[in-house]
Design a protein around this ligand. Sequence first.
Ligand SMILES: C[S@@+](CC[C@H](N)C(=O)[O-])C[C@H]1O[C@@H](n2cnc3c(N)ncnc32)[C@H](O)[C@@H]1O
Length: 282
Amino acid sequence: MAGQAEKVFVPTDDELLQAQSDLWRHSLCYLTPMSLRCAVDLGVPTAMGLADWFRKDFDGPVPSPFEDVHGAAIFEESMALLDPEMDQLIHDAVAAHDHMGIGPVLRQCSELFEGLETLTDCGGGDGTTARSIVEAYPHIKCTVLDLPKVMDKVLLPAEEGAVKYVSGDLFHVVPPAQAVLLKLVLHFWSDEDCIKILAQCKKAVPPRDAGGKVIVIDIVLGSVSAGPMLETQHLMDMLMLVMTRGRQREEKDWSDIFTKAGFSGYKIVKKLGARAVIEVYP
Ligand SMILES: C[S@@+](CC[C@H](N)C(=O)[O-])C[C@H]1O[C@@H](n2cnc3c(N)ncnc32)[C@H](O)[C@@H]1O
């Protein structure tokens, strides 16, 4: 009615997290019937999806089904040449997805950023997360590290205000900072690769008593005990099986790889929806 102010609905963090989980579950729910169909095809009730891949004999390391079809792993530099359309789609999807996840972390985990002056967002994509962090905590200087093919598409100066963009490979060198962030990165990699990545992150941060830490934001399987959120976690695990050599991990798996990478301890700071925020100490 004319003259009446329009009401704006502002969702709470819990509603946002629930919405993210629902979105993952709805967009991945096709995997459930796909898995059942394959289990029937194989005649093995415990088998999940992807019958051709399961039947193949591979020499050497087993590629993920995605790698087997496309000839490269999901984020490999060569994907841009082998299948440019798929490569673009993946990066657009990651950038869009990135917008959703960081808000609740900034609002509900302020202790993560207290006393922090520098932070490297490793595998930070187009810098959406870093820019949100700097907006919320303007005293923090952020460096975003990602592959050259991603950085080449960032249409911003190499350094913009408190955010600096660096092309590189997180297996080789991580730009030094007081803290390194790995947000939805490690679940793409095998345990051996996670240990290599974490070892590079450890080199990049100062000792624990000087405030050094690695912040891991990823799923901790079993952090929720039942219901759609748990289903989401397992569907994300299936997605990793199909697309990557990685997986979702239980707390014990995380603890093992942190120890093997040389870290002295860790703390689950907060469970946020399907994911958790973990501080890992050198
Ligand atoms: C799933 S995305 C996560 C992006 C972002 N951190 C987020 O939370 O949405 C993984 C990111 O890691 C980057 N990446 C993959 N391999 C890498 C490597 N070897 N060195 C640096 N970045 C890499 C990818 O290009 C991609 O941007």
